[in-house]
Design a protein around this ligand. Structure first.
Ligand code: FDP
Length: 334
């Protein structure tokens, strides 16, 4: 390497919120374990076609998505790593209907983790980008500890994601800014390459699955129409970029600004239906973006204040540059 970078381990030691209690230290341990698993997942993804790991595992998960072989494998390696850490009391995972309770991490110092081990799995079979998302909350000493995951996102001790792209990037926040690391594959070490990321106040790019437009709230439709309308003074039209993996779309958004949106399906206006999962997609990415100076909203509410009643609850999300998210909310109010 041409420069000297701080390692993830060293950086975790600088974060004040991670030093204050046994539970804070457990949070750092969990982040270390997930970073170690990232190397293993990256290697498996890179060789999936050669190791017979592409394609469907057969069946659907609890939220009705088709399960891929790599989803199941990813869940198993995350469970193993968290058990071994001795710091996790329960794991809420996309691939398990009920929380996986872990006796190894019970007690006041344990944390609960919500994780999507392989997010964006429809990209798997086309060699597209995927990611891992994690959220860490206090277990409150509960046994079973799973219900402690249902508290609002404001209770998160830390959150982050790992993006398996051309490089492997890990982004995390423990409530003291959002920081980005790049994996040096040969040593399996994450180095701090993007300290204290700041989302530009306003962007030029939006990411959304426009194929769903017919189901959107009228305010959402009008907002996207606005972004596409030319107006030099306000930097429009915005460009559209959409990878199909939340982690990749939000990674671009925090670095370059703009918006990532997965609004609710309002086909039945009395029953808005989000797609993305609150505990292991929406809330953790909301914390990552807020800690970088951006905003995360459903269009009408701050996502970090949503309280879950179900482990796999879905929620809408409009996330990114503060001014752009605020403007989206104005369109919802009109
Ligand atoms: P996927 O279904 O492929 O796992 O859960 C999520 C997710 O991917 C996100 O990562 C992604 O942003 C979104 O769903 C893509 O959904 P659409 O295919 O409906 O656009």
């Amino acid at each position: 390497m041409n420069a000297t970078y701080q390692t993830l381990d060293q950086h975790l030691g600088t974060q004040t919120p991670l030093q204050s209690s046994d539970q804070a230290r457990s949070t750092a341990l969990v982040i270390r374990s997930l970073a170690a698993v990232a190397s293993t997942i990256a290697d498996e993804l890179a060789h999936a076609a050669l190791r017979g790991r592409l394609g469907a595992a057969g069946g659907t998960n609890v939220t009705g998505d088709q399960v891929k072989k790599l989803d199941v494998w990813g869940h198993d390696v995350v469970v193993d790593a968290l058990r071994r850490s001795g710091a996790c009391a329960a794991l809420v995972s996309e691939e398990s209907p009920e929380p996986v309770e872990m006796p190894e991490g019970k007690g006041r110092r344990g944390v609960v983790v919500a994780c999507d081990p392989v997010d964006g799995s429809s990209n798997l079979d086309v060699n597209g980008t995927v990611g891992t998302i994690f959220s860490i909350k206090p277990s409150q000493g509960w046994d079973p500890a799973g219900p402690a995951a249902l508290t609002p996102g404001t209770e998160q001790l830390a959150a982050g994601d790992i993006m398996y792209g051309t490089g492997i990037a890990l982004v995390y926040t423990a409530g003291q800014g959002t920081h980005g690391f790049t994996l040096e594959r040969a040593s399996g070490t994450f180095y701090l390459t993007h300290p204290n990321i700041r989302v530009p106040k306003k962007g030029k790019v939006y990411g959304i699955n426009e194929g769903n437009m017919a189901t959107w709230h009228p305010g959402q439709r009008a907002f996207v129409e606005h972004l596409k309308t030319s107006d030099k003074a306000t930097g429009r039209p915005y460009s559209l970029r959409y990878s199909g993996a939340m982690v990749a779309d939000i990674h671009r958004t925090i670095l370059d600004g703009g918006l990532f949106m997965y609004p609710a399906d309002m086909s039945d206006p009395t029953k808005p239906k989000g797609k993305l999962r609150l505990l292991y997609e929406v809330a953790p990415m909301g914390m990552v973006v807020e800690q970088a100076g951006g905003r995360a909203s459903t269009g009408t509410e701050r996502v970090l204040e949503l309280k879950a009643t179900d482990y796999h609850q879905r929620a809408a999300i409009i996330v990114g540059s503060a001014d752009d998210v605020t403007l989206a909310e104005e369109f919802y109010r009109r």
